[in-house]
Design a protein around this ligand. Structure first.
Ligand code: BG6
Length: 257
């Protein structure tokens, strides 16, 4: 019956969180590689999770970009903003995404959906390191960077390394380098191998991997068979307080079911 089914889901979620060494996992049915609407269900769970995790009062929530995050944003509701002031900020500036899936767009969309506020990080997506340095001295940028570093929650996805490198128009040489280093996953602009060893980092302003340790709530949203390897690799370096929201497609591959 339904109760057995629920107990089964919870057992699998517990097994997955133990396997990955993180506090919590939530698994929705289906595989988002096959059906986009599975991401919408994950979005509903993100909404519920924020509702339970976030404290009352002021919250600063740092968010990343990507197609998963953009779809998640559309599922957030004003319910999260009850008894709370929400300020959404992009977690990192300019990792090379198309405008509709940039962290700036996702944070604006999340503010719109929940009735919260948002701040923008004005850093071009494609910028040389040389042009980048003086920008980092700008007061308007520094202000947002401070907000990011002091945020109490982070929401992000995880990508497959080579897919992400190509989507972000990284050079052929960089892609070859990633392959040589056996990069399998990417999160926050960091590329890592199966052991969770960082092999390359897009040098960008905002949240750094080290900062995650101090974040009260970290929500990772990633599903689909194709992301299983990347998820396992990332969780080797993820902070323990991570809550992973995923789907059966990824969970089954990870748990070798
Ligand atoms: C972002 C992460 O949220 O999502 C990236 O910060 C990750 O590091 C990306 O690679 C994945 O994108 P998508 O389009 O697969 O959701």
């Amino acid at each position: 019956g339904l109760m057995d089914q629920l107990a089964g889901i919870q057992r699998r979620e517990k097994r997955l969180s133990e396997f990955l060494g993180i506090d919590r996992c939530l698994i929705v049915s289906g595989d988002c590689d096959e059906q986009v609407k599975v991401i919408e269900t994950m979005g509903k769970l993100v909404n519920d999770t924020l509702q339970t995790l976030l404290p009352e009062g002021r919250n600063v929530i740092a968010v990343m970009g990507g197609t998963t995050m953009a779809r998640i944003a559309a599922r957030l509701t004003p319910r999260i903003a009850e008894k709370r002031e929400l300020l959404f900020v992009p977690a990192r500036g300019g990792v090379g995404e198309a405008v509709d899936i940039q962290a700036n767009s996702v944070s604006a969309q999340m503010a719109l959906r929940t009735g919260g506020k948002h701040r923008t990080l004005y850093v071009p997506e494609q910028l040389s390191e040389k042009a980048y340095a003086p920008l980092m001295q700008e007061p308007s940028i520094l202000e947002v960077v401070q907000l990011i570093r002091n945020s109490n929650a982070v929401i992000h996805s995880i990508g497959e390394a080579i897919t992400m490198a190509k989507r972000r128009d990284m050079s052929k040489a960089s892609i070859a380098e990633l392959k040589r280093e056996h990069a399998v996953g990417e999160a926050f602009g960091y590329f890592f191998d199966e052991e969770g060893r960082v092999v390359y980092k897009i040098p960008r302003v905002g949240l750094q991997l080290e900062d995650l340790a101090n974040m009260k709530s970290v929500i990772a949203v990633a599903g689909g068979t194709s992301k299983a390897k990347a998820i396992v690799a990332y969780m080797k370096l993820a902070p323990k307080q991570t809550c992973l929201i995923t789907d059966e497609g990824a969970a089954k591959v990870i748990l070798k079911e």
